[in-house]
Design a protein around this ligand. Structure first.
Ligand SMILES: Cc1ncc(COP(=O)(O)O)c(C=O)c1O
Length: 429
């Protein structure tokens, strides 16, 4: 059991043993991780808060005006009725059209219509309910989003195995994934493919995608059932010449019955609308019966946990998809702002003068970049940066930190990295 869960149980046994006794097995196992959210909370009052998974200006959130204005124009019927468990139908169609437009290699007949989720985390949890049994293996890159552990390991008792996606120089590599899949012997695996990657901000190139997809294909051809979960939270935030369709498309086009591509995406990051809680789950299957059965089961899962998602957010996202001309321009402007920050970050972090302090991991997309810091403890560095320099960063593990350039103004980026170097020097000495 996780030490944090143990601690909570112990406290409860003392404060109220009767309630401690009432907890289910899952209730006993559950805890609130000391991860990104608690590190973010500690950095809340810093001047440069590069901890959070949002995009901000120094004095406001980054959003699209059309979507913001929409909330003043919703009719009562867009707000108050129940949405169906699977989401409002026009929105499902509009999202499917968006997917098809952005993924020219994807054929409409090879996919289910997207089903609404209460954003991506709910989608991850639904996948757990549908496909993950105790003891199943979940393969993840070593650099992954911490919440996967809570969803799959704590809730579903999956065995998480990790493989590196960066070599010793910090360059992206498919080698460890390919080796892991070549040596994989069990009859079922769940893979999570999350690019742009949280926490490193890397998206594979076309050639790297071909290598990844071929390795998954050959595992499936050897008889393993593959649940290939594509977490496209940061889809569309690409700043270099990378594979800009979803890995879901590449995997769906394999047309192998024992590979089930599942795509999770949504308005959260793509539309700069974190709190709306609008996401989608889509399966890459072409058999009509399979499509209907999967939809019925997911609907049942939703009905039995949140019943249905919020109507006002669905109506608002539907509206902007129907009025996409202005809205798309606004989103593009936000992406351009992030791209400009990315370019400054890239120009700064590889400067030779910082080589004694860190080694960057390759990055080309998304909100974040990660550094392997030299001769300092990331957690100590994180606290030192808050206390001495009013800068918030995330300590990822024993060697790495994550910096969200999505939350730092372009002109402040050189100062932030220079100060991180200074803070490392303080602690190295
Ligand atoms: C990789 C990844 N997947 C999923 C999510 C969850 O997104 P949502 O807020 O839509 O639940 C996040 C949020 O930070 C994320 O970084």
């Amino acid at each position: 059991m996780n030490p944090l869960a143990l601690d909570l149980n112990e406290q409860l046994s003392k404060s109220n043993p009767e309630v401690a006794d009432m907890l289910s097995d899952l209730g006993k196992l559950m805890y609130y991780p000391k991860g990104i959210l608690s590190q973010s909370a500690e950095a809340k009052s810093t001047q440069y808060n590069a901890t959070i998974g949002m995009a901000t200006y120094s004095d406001s959130k980054m959003y699209a005006n059309t979507l913001n204005d929409m909330f003043n124009h919703l009719e009562p019927d867009d707000i108050f009725p129940y949405a169906p468990p699977q989401g409002i139908e026009p929105l499902r169609d509009l999202w499917q059209q968006k997917m098809l437009k952005e993924n020219p290699d994807l054929d409409k007949k090879d996919m289910t219509r997207p089903i609404l989720t209460n954003a991506l985390t709910h989608g991850l949890s639904l996948v757990g309910d549908m496909f993950v049994d105790s003891g199943d293996t979940l393969l993840l890159p070593t650099h992954n989003w911490g919440n996967y552990k809570l969803v799959y390991s704590t809730r579903h008792n999956a065995e998480i195995e990790t493989y590196d996606i960066f070599d010793e120089e910090g360059h992206f590599t498919t080698e460890a994934l390919v080796n892991t899949l070549e040596n994989y012997k069990k009859d079922k695996v769940i893979l999570i493919l999350n690019y742009p990657n949280n926490p490193t901000g890397y998206t594979p190139t076309q050639d790297e995608v071909t290598t990844i997809v071929n390795a998954i294909k050959s595992l499936a051809e050897r008889g393993t059932n593959v649940i290939a979960l594509v977490d496209d939270a940061y889809y569309g935030l690409f700043y270099e010449d990378v594979y800009t369709q979803s890995l879901f498309t590449a995997l769906t086009n394999l047309h192998l019955d024992n590979i089930l591509p599942i795509r999770l995406d949504g308005a959260t990051k793509e539309f700069f609308a974190w709190g709306l809680r609008v996401g989608f789950i889509t399966f890459g299957v072409n058999n009509e019966i399979t499509k209907q059965v999967l939809e019925a089961k997911v609907k049942g899962m939703i009905r039995s946990n949140i019943s249905s998602g919020p109507m006002p957010s669905q109506s608002a996202v539907k509206y902007v998809l129907e009025h996409s001309e202005t809205f798309n321009n606004e989103i593009q402007q936000n992406i351009d702002t992030l791209q400009a920050r990315y370019e400054v970050t890239k120009a700064v972090v590889y400067d030779d003068k910082y080589a004694q302090f860190w080694q960057p991991y390759d990055f080309n997309s998304g909100y974040f970049m990660a550094l392997q810091v030299k001769d300092v403890d990331p957690e100590q560095l994180r606290k030192h940066l808050i206390d001495q320099y009013s800068i918030g960063i995330i300590a990822l593990n024993a060697t790495d930190i994550r910096i969200a350039f999505s939350c730092v103004e372009k002109d402040d980026i050189p100062h932030v990295f220079d100060t991180i170097a200074k803070a490392i020097a303080d602690l190295q000495n």
